[in-house]
Design a protein around this ligand. Structure first.
Ligand SMILES: [Zn+2]
Length: 394
């Protein structure tokens, strides 16, 4: 599905959360609000509510994406998954003002949706006296399915906005905090370190509260219960990971920034001639090296393409005996190549975005090197990634 030129992908994990919401509403919330409703009414309203909830999560993510695009950052796609949504942007914003607006527009969108839903849910209802709990329950019971749905959608969007506003990086509120710290200190690294430390602290708070609830304690605001506790601890664990990964990603970016491909590329690699029989390629080259892709170079040193191990694996012994490298090579126009002066960071993004393991380094039609994921990781290991911090996959 495409909205405003952005690919929308739905992760399978969303199905679980969809079923949980429908089940929770149809068998818990709605029967409590409306004891008189038939099961069919409750279930249909629950399904509609869950679908509209995902639509509002999508609106939240789209708002991030559209602001990102307004600042010249392209958005590849939005993935809806178990914790809501995530917009995949090509790179982090370069200025703190862009980061601030990109982050804050999401919760604002959710708040607006929330209050509009609540307003539509109550508009036109005769004045009811909500002086006591009994009259609130009476008022709720009198709502038709459409108004009930709007009331639930309104409150869930406001909860979503408030949760995202917690200043715990990489939640939206944490991004807002990072943008402000970045603006004040002019130091993105320090701002990210502080914001993600706060993010981790919040995550551990959630994990602690979750464990307490699992053990049967009641936590202020959140209440208690085994299932709620497990959920809370799980969300905390997820946030803790996200905070760590974001910080490491930043370190990776800093280390790789302004490093040209020429300094990272493999210069000692084996190339093969086009007329080489595949049998020889397999026995004399592939079996004797850890290279999984071989550049094909003509007698006058011209780059003719690449031959990959995974293509050879599919061939029968008969084909390997009769064919040569020329028959199976991928020609240069189908190969993504990079130039020696390009940024390694760009290459790392390229490898991740296209799901490649290596790219040839080309200069004026000649192949001068090969860059693999492993070579970039080796550079990171040799150039100051702090102990224990594995470079994150971008
Ligand atoms: Zn958001």
């Amino acid at each position: 599905m495409r909205v405003a030129g952005i690919d929308i992908t739905v992760d399978w994990s969303l199905l679980i959360i969809f079923l949980l919401i429908v089940w929770g509403l149809a068998s818990g919330v709605f029967p409590q609000w409306h004891p008189a409703w038939s099961p069919a009414t409750a279930w249909l309203t629950a399904v509609a509510a869950a679908l509209l909830f995902f639509a509002s999560v999508l609106a939240h993510e789209l708002s991030h994406s559209l602001v990102a695009r307004a600042y010249g950052i392209s958005v590849r796609r939005i993935v809806l998954y178990v914790f809501g949504g995530m917009a995949q942007i090509e790179h982090e914003p370069g200025r703190w003002v862009a980061e601030l607006w990109m982050a804050i527009v999401g919760p604002i969108t959710s708040l607006v949706i929330g209050f509009v839903c609540l307003f539509l849910g109550v508009v036109g209802i005769r004045h009811v006296d909500v002086g006591s709990i009994a009259s609130v329950e009476h008022a709720l019971a009198g709502l038709d399915p459409a108004r009930t749905l709007l009331m639930w959608l309104g409150q869930i969007n406001i909860i979503l906005a408030l949760f995202n506003l917690v200043p715990a990086f990489p939640l939206d509120g944490g991004r807002v905090l990072r943008a402000i710290l970045w603006g004040v200190t002019h130091d993105l690294r320090r701002a990210t370190r502080w914001a993600s430390s706060l993010g981790q602290a919040f995550a551990w708070l959630l994990i602690g509260a979750g464990i307490a609830m699992v053990l049967g304690f009641s936590v202020p605001i959140l209440g208690g219960g085994l299932i709620n506790g497990i959920w809370l601890a799980f969300i905390g664990w997820f946030l803790n990971n996200a905070a760590l990964v974001s910080y490491r990603q930043l370190l990776t970016h800093e280390i790789l920034q302004d490093v040209p491909v020429a300094r990272v590329m493999l210069t000692r690699f084996e190339a093969v001639p086009p007329q080489l029989p595949l049998e020889t390629l397999v026995e004399a080259y592939m079996q004797r090296s850890d290279q999984r892709a071989f550049p094909v170079v003509s007698a006058n040193d011209e780059f003719m393409g690449m031959v990959f191990q995974h293509d050879i694996e599919r061939l029968s012994p008969e084909q390997r005996r009769t064919l040569t490298v020329r028959d199976v090579l991928h020609p240069p126009e189908k190969i993504v190549g990079v130039r020696p002066e390009e940024d390694v960071l760009e290459v790392l993004n390229l490898l991740a975005n296209r799901d490649l393991n290596q790219v040839p380094v080309l200069e004026k039609g000649h192949m001068v090197g090969l860059v693999r994921r492993a070579d970039i990781l080796r550079w990171l290991a040799l150039h100051g990634t702090p102990a224990g911090a594995k470079p994150a996959r971008s």
